[in-house]
Design a protein around this ligand. Structure first.
Ligand SMILES: Cc1cc2nc3c(=O)[nH]c(=O)nc-3n(C[C@H](O)[C@H](O)[C@H](O)COP(=O)(O)OP(=O)(O)OC[C@H]3O[C@@H](n4cnc5c(N)ncnc54)[C@H](O)[C@@H]3O)c2cc1C
Length: 399
């Protein structure tokens, strides 16, 4: 990827992350995809050098950088060949901790975040539910106050890294939907111990298409008891609080998509330069060259959009002129554009390699399988169009 225009901090991050990722070969990622074995080594290496806390405050052991740098980190991990799997092995620890850092009490932050930054604990993110899907405000998992504990009951689905997490950032309903005036009220955010040896917590791993080194799970809570001190911020305000992390997540995932897209195009261009058919490199044919060139330009456009969104997100900390509306429009647009650009790049890379595009040893088939994730999660492309139609264009809500 062309790196002109990035600031010194972003380039320093890119350089350091490239060095760490160079220890994990394409074969490492192919084997982990095949076996489903978790890439613990990458998480440990990133934690050792302090990268899990890239966007967390320095007084807690973090690097105190912004989402612009964190996006560059996830982008670089994906682009190294680690793909979405590599990025997802730390993803939730970077973005889901943003609302924790902002809204938890100093005591809570001190108890939870330094351990996570050092890699001694790790979190997963529990929002999606099987029966409510993208209609987050209708989620049914409940947290019921009982003395100095909460009892959690309900079900989550698609929870990444739950098999290895020691904690979960959990969104659950504390006031029934029927008893609130707005559906966005009555939801609360928690940072809960996630301990399968305790009663009331069960997991089931979901076999999936790509990124198979990182587990995705169904999670079952049945009166699972957590301390009341796991609540972040005020009870009932969890939706507003979690939104703070969701815009950050859109930037990170956009970065991951970009990394995957650039990696795919790099492989396709290399193959197209070297593979000779009909007496010349296949890349000399415009039928091969132009689709790759156009995919590259779409990635470049998505790159601008992604780092613009991350810059707005970071600027809003000190510049009250940057509205949450502007951040939402920018982060959603970036996630959409990067995911679509990555999909085009990966699909064209497979086609440029012909039969070898379909062979595992050339890795682009793995990238193609993985590039669906940024299109689906954390919010689908259709829901982003709904959001932009309504919020940016002022059109009537369509759903
Ligand atoms: C690999 C992977 C990892 C994930 N990791 C996590 C995680 O760690 N934590 C977590 O909480 N979640 C996670 N998710 C869940 C992810 O965020 C959801 O899958 C995503 O939000 C879509 O929700 P759904 O699957 O329930 O889709 P549904 O809500 O069932 O929607 C299905 C389809 O219908 C479309 N649709 C629905 N309503 C409308 C409408 N009004 N207008 C237009 N189209 C509509 C959607 O766009 C989508 O294409 C992960 C998902 C995947 C695949």
């Amino acid at each position: 990827m062309e790196t002109s225009g990035f600031n010194e901090e972003q380039l320093t991050v890119r350089d350091a992350i490239q060095k760490i990722c160079s220890n994990y070969t394409d074969e490492y990622w192919m084997e982990h995809d095949q076996s489903g074995e978790y890439p613990h080594e990458l998480h440990a290496a990133l934690a050792k050098d302090g990268w899990i806390g890239i966007a967390l405050p320095e007084e807690l052991g973090g690097a105190g950088l912004g989402i612009s740098e964190a996006t560059m980190m996830l982008h670089t991990i994906a682009e190294s060949g680690a793909g979405i799997a590599g990025a997802q092995s730390i993803h939730a620890n970077v973005y889901a901790t943003q609302p924790v850092a902002k809204f938890a009490t100093p005591e809570q932050r001190q108890e939870w975040l330094p351990k996570l930054i050092r890699g001694e604990s790790r979190t997963c993110f529990g929002v999606t539910e099987p029966n409510t899907g993208l209609e987050t405000l209708k989620l049914r998992t409940t947290a019921t106050r009982d003395g100095d504990t909460y009892r959690i009951s309900g079900q989550k689905i698609w929870i990444s890294s739950a098999q290895v997490a020691s904690h979960m950032v959990l969104l659950a309903r504390t006031t029934p939907l029927e008893s609130v005036t707005k559906a966005s009220e009555g939801l609360s955010l928690f940072y809960i111990p996630f301990d399968r040896s305790q009663p009331g917590l069960d997991l089931r791993r979901i076999p999936k298409m790509g990124g198979r080194a990182v587990d995705a799970n169904e999670v079952f809570f049945d009166n699972y008891t957590v301390p009341a001190s796991a609540l972040i911020g005020a009870e009932g305000q969890g939706f507003k609080i979690v939104l703070h992390g969701m815009n950050a997540e859109r930037c990170l995932l956009a970065g991951e998509a970009l990394g995957l897209g650039y990696a795919a195009l790099g492989r396709a261009a290399k193959y197209a330069r070297e593979r000779v058919v009909f007496g010349r490199p296949i890349g000399m044919n415009q039928g091969i060259q132009h689709p790759l060139a156009s995919a590259f330009m779409h990635l470049e456009a998505a790159k601008l959009s992604t780092y613009h969104a991350a810059r707005l997100y970071d600027a809003s900390r000190t510049d009250s002129g940057v509205t949450q509306h502007a951040i939402g429009v920018a982060c959603n647009s970036a996630k959409y554009l990067a995911a679509e650009a990555a999909f085009v790049a990966c699909e064209r890379a497979v086609m440029a390699l012909g039969g070898m595009g379909y062979a595992q040893e050339y890795h682009v088939e793995r990238y193609l399988r993985e590039c669906f994730v940024p299109r689906i999660a954390p919010v689908s492309r259709e829901m982003i169009m709904n959001f932009i139609g309504e919020k940016a264009l002022g059109l009537p809500r369509s759903y």
